[in-house]
Design a protein around this ligand. Sequence first.
Ligand code: VGL
Ligand code: ZN
Length: 213
Amino acid sequence: MSFATSERTALLVVDMQPDFMPGGALACHEGDAIVAGIDRLLRTRRFRHVAATQDWHPAGHVSFASSHPGTQPFQQIALYGQPQTLWPDHCVQGTPGAALHPGIDWSMADLILRKGSDPHVDSYSGFRENHDRHGARPATGLAGWLRERGVEEVLVCGLARDVCVLWTAQDAVAAGFRAGLLWELSRPVTPAGDEPTRAALAAQGIALVHLDG
Ligand code: VGL
Ligand code: ZN
C-alpha cells in the first residue's frame, strides 16, 4: 500500500517507552531502532491527527508474573476465562521506564492516552482493554476521539508489533476505521511473532504499509 495521508488520516504511536527498549524491563527486539524514524515522521508534520499511547500500570498489576506466585514471565495463564500472558513488571506509573521516550519530540502528539491502569485488567490496544472479569472489553474513548475529528483511517507504529500495535490495528478495524501498520516503524517482543502477525494483518484487511511506498 502506498503511503498517502489526508486530513482524515491519524497516526497512532504505540507505547514508545524506555521499558520496551533493549535493556528495559520488557525489551522489544531492536525496539531502539525505530526511535529516530518515528521522531522524523512526526517532525514532517504530515499528520493532522496524532495520538500516542502510554502503557501505565499500577504496581502489582494483574499482568505481572510477580503478582501470581509460582509463575514466570512469558508464561500464559487463564484470567477471567481468557488467555493472559504474564510479563515482567514494566511501565509502572511514574517510573522512568514508563515515560514517553525522550528521543522523540512529542510536540505533535494531540492526545496521549494512558492504558493499563486498571489493576485487574490488562490493556494492549489503544481502543479497548483486554477482557475484564465480566468478559467485556471496555472502550478507552479513542474511537470516539478519532471519529469526532473526522478520522477515517489510522496508521499504527511503535511497540510491540506482535502485541499492542497489532491489537490496536485490529481494534481500529473493528471500530470501523481503515488501518495500516507501519512495518518498519514497529518491532516485536518476539521475532517469531512476525509470521503470525503478518497472517493476522492479511486476514483482517490491515494494510502493511512501507514508509518508502
Ligand atoms: C505491551 C506487553 C505488555 C506492548 C504492553 O506495548 O506491546 N506488551 N504490555
Ligand atoms: Zn503492559
